[in-house]
Every structure is written in structure tokens, then in C-alpha cells.
Design a protein around this ligand. Structure first.
Ligand code: PLP
Length: 412
């Protein structure tokens, strides 16, 4: 038998297109820190590294979810594993519509819901529907860094708008950023990386700016409320349903974090009556088709109605966040207390957050510089580690902060 033919390896340039190389360079701070962490592990095997870099939830799915998963996997239903409507099973969409009608304060049904491959899939499909090359997407910094490559994928331009010291957006800053090309504003509350929950008054003031812009220019600016952490709010009454407040509003949710199912890729888009026109579902179907998502995983869709009210224990994340912030506060480190998520976004002692992240890495704590989220001078700590490690990391943080602050003081 002839030996299998071996081809010489092709170079990276011969394989990877320049657009992909450019995308890889966008928002790559998390990856950069991950690689630095790997390097440290290689160089100092056995030395402790508390990894607070990745937003990968460490809580396992609740017992009820695992049981329901076995149930749906065991059901023998003809056609259960075939292609389906790109929007998802009608009965699952109707169920989600009914459930959201109770929590969101607007009446939703099967034609207001599109099941997606996680929040990321939902954001990409919606961007494909809304955006043309050259359109602008407004992001409030700090923002989830993936919004940048997602926008660039569509030929759109991300526009960063600063927030205040409490990481809250302001209407005048939004107003100053609007141009004839603004097509989409992304809100993300509770926020990754700050954990901050936007109050109702903040959101209302932003919508008012967009309404005035429409009156003046005739242009409709859409809002995407990216809510994968909606069920990880520590005080559930802090949740602000946005659908009743603005007509051109899309909500995207997922169960990556609240059910610990990030690898299973299930989420959905929802929208109100003003966007319900006959072409909305069709446009989303075409976007899902043309981008190759096709439909959300069938098994996960069938799981959703059975586990819709299940949650990981938010109290675990709340306790870690409280402990971490308490230690920082006692050590004199400024940090806005998150209202949800498992992220904390404290101040760096110097504007050069990369230098501070490097100093923390030297002391055995891996974080991500705020520059990667559009807001230098801070770092993101993902508390997806057990409580004891979280406390240990907070104590190291305070020591490193004070040491660098002392150095900086000497220079000025
Ligand atoms: N949006 C935000 C703000 C996120 O933090 C994440 C994941 O970390 C996503 C979207 C994507 O989530 P999913 O896993 O549901 O695609």
C-alpha cells in the first residue's frame, strides 16, 4: 500500500486572511493575559496562580437542569433531531414569549422570540439584520470586548462613549456621539466587566436622547439590551425591564451564566410589538441561515421550558463579590460595588493598567486590564474561583496596589 502523502506545511499568511488577522487583534486583552498566565505556569511550575482572567462561570448547572437534560435526551420523538424553522420550535418560542410577558411588562408571543446559539449568536444575527457597512455602533465603556470584532464583522464602526466614575452612561455623552451614521446602541446591564446594574433613570434618559435624535433627523437608532446576566442580579428588584421604555429595542438573553451552560450555546432574542412587522422574523431567519448558525441546538431548545425558572446559586457569586470588595475597601482601593454578575472592576493605582496587571501576575493573580474593555485605569477580576482564593487574591491586590502607588508617588 502506498504511504500517505505528506504535504509541507503552509505559512500563516497562506492560510489566514488579513481580515481574520485584524479581527484577532481586536479586543484581544483577555487572550493576551491568558497567554501570559500560561507562560508563567510553564516558567514556574508548582507556583500558585489565582486565575481571575476568564469569564467562564465555575458553578455547575443546577441539579434540576441536569435531570431535565437526561429527560429530554431520552425522549423518543420523531424528527426531534432534524432541521427545523431557523427561529426555533414555535412552542418553545411561545413559552418564552408568555414567560417574558410576566417579567418584562409587555405582551409577547411566538412571533417576538428567536432562539439563538447563546447571546453571542443572537448579537451577530441581529447585527447582520440591522447593520450596513459604515454604520456606527455605540458602546459605553467599559464594554464587553467582543462587541468590537462583532461590529467590525459587519463592516460597521464601533464608537466608544465614556461613562462616569460609577461606570454609568450619561445622556449628554450619548448625544455628543450620535451622528447620521449611528444605527445601534448597545446597553449591557448587569455589565461585563463592571458588574454594575444600570438604574431605570439612566436608561430612560438615554432613550429620551434617542427619541429627540429621531424627531430631529428622522433616523431610528436601535438599542440592543444584552442581558446574559439578568438572572445574576443580587437584588432581583434592581432589574429594569427595558422593552416598555423604547420601541426599537431588542433584548438578548442566554443561559450561559445563570444555568452554567456556556458550552451548550442556548439563548434568544426578544422584541416588542413595534418591531413585530412581517419581515422581522424573516430577516432574522435569513441572517441565521446566511451566517451558518442555522438554528439553536434542538436539545437545548426543548430543555428551556423545563428549566426556565432554575438558576445557579447567585448567593455564591454575591458572597465572593462582597468579600472581595470588602477587602479592597478596607485596603483603601476604590471599587464600585457590583449589583450582579461575578465581575469586579476596581481601580488600578496607575493609568497604565497593563503595568499593574503585570505586577499582579508577578504576585500570582491573573486579571485583565481595563484597556481591553475600553476603560484604562481599571482591571477586571472575574471571581469564578472559590471564596478562599477570592479573598487571597483581594489581599494580594491591596498589597500590589499600595506598592505601585508608593512607586508612582515617588516619581511625582
Ligand atoms: N454578552 C456579554 C456581556 C457577555 O459577557 C457574554 C459572555 O461572556 C456574552 C454576551 C456571550 O454570551 P454567550 O455565551 O451566551 O454567547
Amino acid at each position: 500500500m502506498a504511504l500517505p502523502r505528506e504535504f509541507p506545511p503552509l505559512s500563516a499568511e497562506q492560510v489566514v486572511g488579513s481580515t481574520c488577522t485584524r479581527l484577532a487583534g481586536l479586543g484581544s486583552e483577555i487572550r493576551r493575559m491568558f497567554l501570559l498566565g500560561e507562560e508563567r505556569r510553564r516558567e514556574r511550575p508548582g507556583s500558585k496562580l489565582i486565575d481571575l482572567s476568564l469569564g467562564n462561570p465555575d458553578l455547575e448547572p443546577p441539579e434540576a437542569v441536569l435531570k431535565a437534560l437526561i429527560e429530554v435526551a431520552s425522549e423518543v420523538l420523531p424528527g426531534a433531531h432534524r432541521y427545523m424553522d431557523n427561529a426555533g420550535y414555535p412552542e418553545v418560542r411561545a413559552f418564552i414569549g408568555r414567560s417574558l410577558s410576566h417579567t418584562e411588562g409587555v405582551l409577547l408571543g411566538e412571533n417576538n422570540v428567536f432562539l439563538t446559539c447563546g447571546a453571542a449568536g443572537g448579537i451577530q444575527i441581529l447585527m447582520r439584520v440591522l447593520l450596513d457597512p459604515g454604520d456606527e455602533v455605540v458602546l459605553f465603556a467599559p464594554y464587553f470586548s467582543e462587541y468590537v470584532p462583532y461590529s467590525v464583522n459587519m463592516g460597521a464602526k464601533p464608537v466608544t462613549v465614556p461613562t462616569d466614575d460609577a461606570h454609568l452612561p450619561h445622556p449628554h455623552a450619548l448625544e455628543a456621539a450620535l451622528t447620521p451614521s449611528t444605527r445601534l446602541v448597545i446597553l449591557n446591564s448587569p455589565n461585563n466587566p463592571s458588574g454594575v446594574v444600570y438604574p431605570r433613570a439612566t436608561c430612560e434618559a438615554l432613550f429620551e436622547v434617542l427619541r429627540r435624535h429621531r424627531e430631529r433627523t428622522g433616523r431610528v437608532v436601535h438599542v440592543l439590551s444584552d442581558e446574559p446576566y439578568a438572572n445574576l442580579i443580587f437584588k432581583p428588584s434592581d432589574y429594569v425591564p427595558l422593552l416598555p421604555l423604547y420601541d426599537a429595542l431588542w433584548v438578548v438573553r442566554s443561559h450561559s451564566k445563570d444555568l452554567g451552560l456556556a458550552g451548550e450555546r442556548i439563548g434568544y432574542l426578544a422584541w416588542g410589538k413595534a418591531l413585530e412587522g412581517a419581515s422581522t422574523l424573516g430577516a432574522l431567519r435569513n441572517a441565521a441561515r446566511s451566517m451558518g448558525f442555522v438554528n439553536a441546538p434542538a436539545l437545548m431548545q426543548r430543555l428551556l421550558p423545563k428549566v426556565f425558572d432554575a438558576r445557579v446559586d447567585t448567593g455564591v457569586y454575591a458572597e465572593r463579590v462582597r468579600a472581595f470588595c470588602d477587602i479592597l475597601a478596607a485596603g483603601g482601593v476604590s471599587c464600585v460595588r457590583p449589583g450582579g454578575t461575578f465581575f469586579v472592576f476596581p481601580k488600578s493605582p496607575v493609568l497604565d493598567d497593563r503595568a499593574f496587571s503585570q505586577a499582579l501576575l508577578e504576585k500570582g493573580v491573573l486579571v485583565v486590564p481595563g484597556s481591553g474593555f475600553g476603560k484604562p485605569g481599571y482591571v477586571r477580576c472575574s471571581l469564578s474561583r472559590p471564596l478562599e482564593e477570592v479573598k487571597e487574591a483581594a489581599n494580594i491586590y491591596v498589597l500590589a496596589y499600595k506598592a505601585m502607588q508608593k512607586e508612582a508617588d515617588k516619581l511625582f
